[in-house]
Design a protein around this ligand. Structure first.
Ligand code: PEP
Ligand code: MG
Length: 763
């Protein structure tokens, strides 16, 4: 943080050193003046089990002086300490009471703080026991780490003169159930599942709005998927027996997943491989064993260990990481099924033309459904970037997400029309509406065949304007399928894949090899390579990063690359050496100032890049409002722009793009985002700099006419969406789109914009 001022290095980076060798010296005076603070707070959280000893006197200490030592208190010492207590305290009995938690989300931060405050004035020592763990009521962290949920039965222990009063206070704080409300016996470890709660039925003719996650139309019969939450939470054997049962179940699931993973080329083999890795994750396996040792049954221990891992993932900023939580739930369900004597494969008795309705769906559940009976999926929750959404696109199953709880109230067997183009689900349609929809499906099928045939042709709008369609890829295999799907080139190579899940960064040779593979798969098509877009939310184990309060606003994208020049230099060096038939277009992510571009240019210059050399073009992603607002300045410095609508919407709307509770409001078509796109497109046009869109909006048929109307002529999207989007664009005219866009820019919400485009497309 002091930029090295006051510090003197005695060795070079990369130099081999010996134990005892002087590495660094520093000027204490300078540090004193330059550092924000010299205080180091030390918190001792378990004061029963540890004590401070050899504590020095308060005041100034000299260098090397021991301030204190922390010692573990042995069991005997703890007993001895109890023996030293005054006779009155010794004589006091301890009391306990079992309490069922009525708090909706268990003991989280607020209730924990409330409980602590409530007993503060009482003379009592209180602890809570649950799931083999005990938490002192003075520690909010310990209370929260019990991971209690509504319905959990906890034991409250209290001792001291006010013990009974404390029990009453704590019980009252934990049990705020509404009048007459009860918690069923079995719910100790089961999360109440909204999908299983009775709801008012939805009247016929209702149209629910949702987000299209996989495009297409589906007409069929409602099939409600009730998620099983059963778990063998009642201990049935000794810890050894439970551990053996758990290991055998895991082994059985492993064998099943290995079979799936070996089915090379099959959709889902990749997912099965990912699940296999999770099944061996020590974080889950060791934790489950530990819980079994503490007396939990195999099923309960596994469920709890998986849940802990999910809690850890859910704290991460990256939605893709958070969505891995679904994969964990998936392996939990399989192990639970085996433990109760069922097959690891879940059998679904789908009716003909089923439209599956569920709170959420796991990737394996989709894979195990009979595709020939599946007409569509509509989820109450879910996200458009989830694994199951990617899978649905690959399987060509129309899917809506974030439809809200109402979807769970649709009666099984109801007739449904699922429109994953416009984002609508109609319940119990009139005969006429159903017929019209069936005709649309027939048209769409015919069209689909034609689209696939025309996917490799160039794309011109009705008024003969060429729209360049590129693919977003992450590997050489993706590049291959992008070409097959009709991509004119790669509009975004996400290079993160090359840097993640490993112990050190790929060296120059490895990077060059991978980029060459991508290049040769693309042939003479264009190639845009984005430099590493990691950091904060997408941590890379071998890059040291301080924990951040707001990783999405922290050191990520180009900020991280500039802070770790070595990484950036190696990547740029590899790209400079890449020999592609067209100039390699290097794109910098998360730009928010001209200085960042200048710094990248300096690095390129140091690597010997001559700006007049046509072999490498430099571009930036416009994905922060700052970049869009200074796009006129940026356009003077670079060769191309690509608008990352996912992050641009996230930062403009101040909404986490992966937050499930905001999924229905997070919408790139918000007029504020559209205005930034327009500003960028205008700046690019004035400077003669090509501008593309590579965020999810590029593949969205509703967004397409707006983007065209705002002046965008190049779109980059997942390869699977190319055929449909090309066909869609061929039907619209840029002149009409311009009118549409200028009306949209004057509206006040994304919802109003969607409504406008809906009418436009219907017309
Ligand atoms: C974007 O933000 O729109 C984008 C394309 O980048 P990513 O989704 O990889 O953040
Ligand atoms: Mg982005």
């Amino acid at each position: 943080n002091m930029q090295g001022d006051g510090f003197e290095a005695h060795v070079q980076a990369g130099q081999k050193v010996e134990a005892g060798q002087l590495l660094l010296s520093f000027d204490l005076e300078k540090v004193l003046r330059g550092a924000a603070s010299l205080r180091t707070p030390v918190l001792l959280l378990q004061s029963d089990s540890y004590s401070l000893q050899r504590v020095c006197a308060e005041g100034v200490v000299s260098f090397d002086e021991v301030i204190f030592e922390v010692h573990r208190v042995s069991k005997d010492e703890q007993a001895g300490a109890a023996a030293d207590l005054p006779a009155t305290e010794m004589a006091e009995e301890s009391h306990s009471r079992t309490v069922v938690i009525g708090l909706k989300h268990g003991i989280h931060a607020r209730p924990a703080a409330g409980l602590i405050a409530a007993i503060k004035e009482l003379d009592a020592r209180v602890s809570l026991a649950y799931g083999g763990q005990t938490a002192d009521l003075r520690s909010p962290v310990a209370l929260m780490s019990l991971s209690t949920e509504r319905g959990a039965r906890v034991t409250v222990n209290a001792s001291g003169p006010d013990a009974l009063r404390a029990l009453d206070v704590v019980a009252a704080g934990l049990e705020p159930l509404a009048d007459g409300e009860t918690v069923p016996e079995e719910q100790e470890h089961d999360k109440p599942d909204a999908a299983n709660e009775p709801q008012e039925p939805i009247p016929a003719g209702t149209v629910l709005r949702a987000l299209p996650a996989s495009p297409g139309l589906g007409q069929g019969t409602a099939f409600s998927l009730r998620q099983s939450t059963s778990s063998s939470s009642v201990s049935t054997g000794t810890p050894e027996e439970e551990r053996d049962a758990l290991d055998a179940a895991v082994e059985r699931v492993r064998a099943y997943l290995s079979e799936l993973a070996a089915a090379d080329g099959e959709t889902g083999a990749d997912i099965a491989r990912a699940h296999l890795a999770l099944l061996d994750d020590p974080l889950v396996v060791d934790r489950a064993h530990e819980l079994v040792e503490q007396g939990l049954a195999a099923g309960a221990a596994w469920q709890r260990a998986v849940k802990d891992a999910i809690t850890m993932l859910s704290r991460l900023e990256d939605p893709r990481m958070r969505e891995r939580a679904d994969d964990l739930k998936d392996i939990d369900l399989r192990v639970q099924r085996v433990l109760v004597g069922e097959d690891p494969r879940q059998a679904f008795e789908l009716p003909h033309q089923a439209i599956v309705l569920a709170e959420n769906l796991l990737p394996s559940q989709l894979l195990e459904m009979d595709r020939s009976r599946l007409a569509g999926i509509c989820l109450a929750a879910g996200g458009v970037t989830s694994h199951v959404a990617i899978l649905a696109i690959a399987m060509n199953v129309p899917m809506l997400v974030a439809a809200g709880e109402q979807v769970l109230a649709i009666e099984a067997g109801s007739d449904l029309l699922l429109d994953a183009e416009l984002g609508e689900l109609e319940v119990g349609p009139q005969a006429e509406a159903a017929e019209r929809f069936a005709a649309r499906i027939d048209d769409a099928k015919r069209l689909g065949q034609m689209e696939a045939g025309a996917a490799r042709q160039p794309c011109f709008t009705r008024d003969d304007v060429q729209i360049h369609i590129h693919a977003n890829i992450a590997s050489a295999a993706d590049a291959q399928s992008a070409v097959e799907c009709g991509a004119e080139g790669c509009g975004l190579l996400r290079t993160e894949f090359l840097f993640m899940d490993r112990v050190h960064a790929p060296d120059l040779e490895e990077q060059l090899r991978v980029y060459r593979d991508v290049s040769s798969a693309l042939g003479d098509r264009s190639l845009v390579v984005r430099t590493l877009d990691a950091g904060g939310d997408k941590p890379i184990s071998y890059i040291q990063q301080a924990p951040e309060e707001n990783p999405a606003l922290g050191v990520r994208g180009i900020r991280l690359s500039l802070a770790h020049r070595g990484l950036l230099e190696t990547q740029l060096q590899a790209l400079l050496q890449l020999d592609h038939p067209q100039p390699v277009r290097v794109m910098i992510p998360m730009i928010s100032s001209v200085e960042e571009v200048e710094e990248v240019k300096d690095v390129l210059a140091r690597l010997g890049f001559d700006a007049s050399d046509a072999q490498l073009k430099l571009g930036v992603m416009i994905e922060t409002p700052a970049a869009a607002l200074i796009s006129d300045r940026l356009s003077q410095m670079v060769d191309f722009f690509s608008i990352g609508t996912n992050d641009l919407a996230q930062y403009t709307l101040c909404m986490d793009r992966g937050e499930p509770s905001l999924a229905r409001s997070f919408d790139t078509l918000h007029p504020a985002v559209l205005r930034l796109i327009r500003q960028t497109a205008k700046a690019a046009d004035r400077a003669g700099v090509p501008v593309a869109v590579c965020g999810a909006a590029a593949g969205d048929p509703v967004a397409a006419p707006l983007l065209l109307g705002l002046g965008i002529r190049e779109l980059s999207m997942p390869a699977g969406l190319i055929a449909r989007q090309k066909a869609h664009l061929r039907k619209i005219s840029t002149v009409e789109c311009e009118e549409l866009a200028s009306t949209a820019l004057e509206l006040g919400s994304a919802r109003a914009v969607r409504e406008l485009v809906r009418e436009f497309l219907m017309a």
